[in-house]
Design a protein around this ligand. Structure first.
Ligand SMILES: Cc1cc2nc3c(=O)[nH]c(=O)nc-3n(C[C@H](O)[C@H](O)[C@H](O)COP(=O)(O)OP(=O)(O)OC[C@H]3O[C@@H](n4cnc5c(N)ncnc54)[C@H](O)[C@@H]3O)c2cc1C
Length: 420
């Protein structure tokens, strides 16, 4: 793996997900508090402490460790916990990225690492159900994106409406004339994959603890330590990968550069014995017709057919107490099902989730060194499309932290405006 990254402008225009979508010693300990091994307790200082065990923090800790660093990973509630942005059931991985070469490459490189993680653990953390995009009309951008993916060796098919209707008769493709099918893409089992990765990290000697870290303070040019629950921990370098909580930890530096929004996710139970909505009969899909697009997953592990609207919901505090779906959200999604997946429109709601996007103004991640503290990095801004990129992002952050990589201009604090 090359350790020196070259800098390039990712995009000349903002990326919205809408446009591009579109420790401890045991695994059981990962979801909550657990004892720290005597060896780890004795270790009072670390090369690096990573705060936040979502997908970004976990892959950063894992990569730092692979580069010989002694790393402690902390999380206030446990790796991939239910309220974190990484704590959902499934996340889509696809390389259909509106011809954006940077994210197409990152997603493709990341897929190989997700596969490797799954293989190491013999764990079903990736389900190769395929990913189908359907579009209202053919455009030069679609062909550009297909050509880019083919140039990287990514299997991809372009389909007509008639071909899609023949292959997936349970979907009504009215008004959708072009399909792009990616047979080797699919669903990452989000919570499980983060917890499996942290298990990997811990097995290789990494430290993992449940600890809520206070907002850091220092009047010097570097951060001397971090505090939490009356305890102070020290390292040479600190990475804060705190997802939607970053604005609270760094109100002046991050503040409204990241705006969390409330997102509702629905799972519907197909009719008894009806396997048309499970793989291999149904891929993950994105209906790329409307500005606020719908997307979903087949019925995986009998959880139900998943569907959500990618439009940004209202602003949301990740510590908000209410995570119930709204009646309006449910009615809206049923109306969409009636049009596109009619056999599911009246089926029972089997489960639901309320999660939050951590949106940046330009759709790119926010990854930068703290402007005052030379040994502190801020990592976040997944903006509803970050999960898949975890492996590539972890490697990128590691290169920055170890001084072997260059910053992508579009990821920097300077490139991210404060939301209005
Ligand atoms: C509904 C929904 C659907 C999505 N769909 C997709 C998709 O299909 N494909 C895709 O690629 N991406 C998708 N995403 C985006 C992706 O899930 C996120 O970009 C990604 O999970 C962000 O990860 P993170 O590590 O930055 O944040 P998080 O997962 O939120 O992790 C941050 C962690 O920091 C911890 N933390 C915060 N403050 C502190 C503190 N003071 N002390 C200690 N720990 C702290 C938290 O407990 C948390 O565990 C989706 C997101 C949502 C909400």
């Amino acid at each position: 793996m090359a350790h020196q990254e070259t800098s390039s402008q990712i995009l000349s225009e903002p990326v919205s997900r809408r446009l591009v979508l579109g420790g401890l010693a045991t695994a059981g300990a990962l979801a909550g508090a657990a004892p720290v091994s005597a060896k780890l307790k004795a270790a009072r200082s670390w090369d690096a402490i990573v705060i936040g065990a979502g997908v970004f923090g976990a892959w950063t800790a894992w990569n730092l460790q692979r580069r010989g660093q002694k790393v402690l990973l902390l999380d206030a509630w446990g790796a991939g916990h239910a309220r974190s942005s990484s704590g959902g059931e499934t996340r889509l991985i696809r390389t259909e990225y509106a011809a954006n070469a940077f994210y197409t490459r990152w997603a493709w490189e990341s897929l190989a690492e997700w596969h490797a993680l799954a293989k190491r653990h013999e764990s079903p953390i990736f389900q190769e159900v395929g990913a189908l995009y359907f579009y209202p009309k053919d455009t030069a951008k679609i062909d550009e994106s297909i050509a880019l993916q083919r140039s990287l060796g990514i299997p991809i098919e372009k389909l007509t409406q008639a071909q899609m209707a023949k292959r997936w008769p349970q979907i009504d493709f009215d008004g959708r004339t072009v399909g792009v099918m990616q047979p080797t893409m699919g669903a990452l089992m989000a919570r499980r994959s983060v917890q499996t990765l942290v298990e990997d990290f811990v097995k290789a000697g990494g430290g993992f603890r449940t600890l809520a870290v206070d907002a850091p303070r220092s009047d010097r040019a570097a951060l001397a330590g971090i505090a939490g629950n009356g305890e102070t921990l020290h390292a040479e370098k600190y990475v804060f990968a705190c997802g939607p909580w970053l604005p609270k930890l760094f109100p002046e530096i991050v503040g409204a550069r990241i705006v969390p929004t409330r997102q509702e996710v629905f799972y519907f139970a197909p009719d008894a014995g009806d396997d048309r909505f499970a793989a291999p009969h149904m891929p993950a899909w994105v209906d790329a017709g409307d500005p606020d697009l719908h997307y979903g997953f087949p019925d995986i592990e009998a959880r139900g057919f998943k569907i959500a609207l990618d439009g940004h919901g209202p602003k949301y505090d990740p510590d908000g107490v209410d995570r119930r779906i709204t009646d309006q959200g449910l009615a809206d999604v049923r109306a969409y099902l009636a049009k596109r997946f009619p056999a599911l429109a009246k089926r029972p709601l089997a489960a639901s989730e309320v999660c939050q996007y951590e949106n940046s103004d330009n759709g790119h991640m926010l990854i930068d060194r703290h402007p005052d503290w030379a040994n502190c990095w801020i990592v976040g801004g997944g903006t509803g499309h970050g999960f898949k990129h975890g492996p590539a992002l972890g490697r990128y952050v590691t290169n920055l932290v170890l001084g072997t990589g260059k910053a992508e201009p579009d990821f920097t604090l300077a490139a991210h405006k404060v939301h209005g």
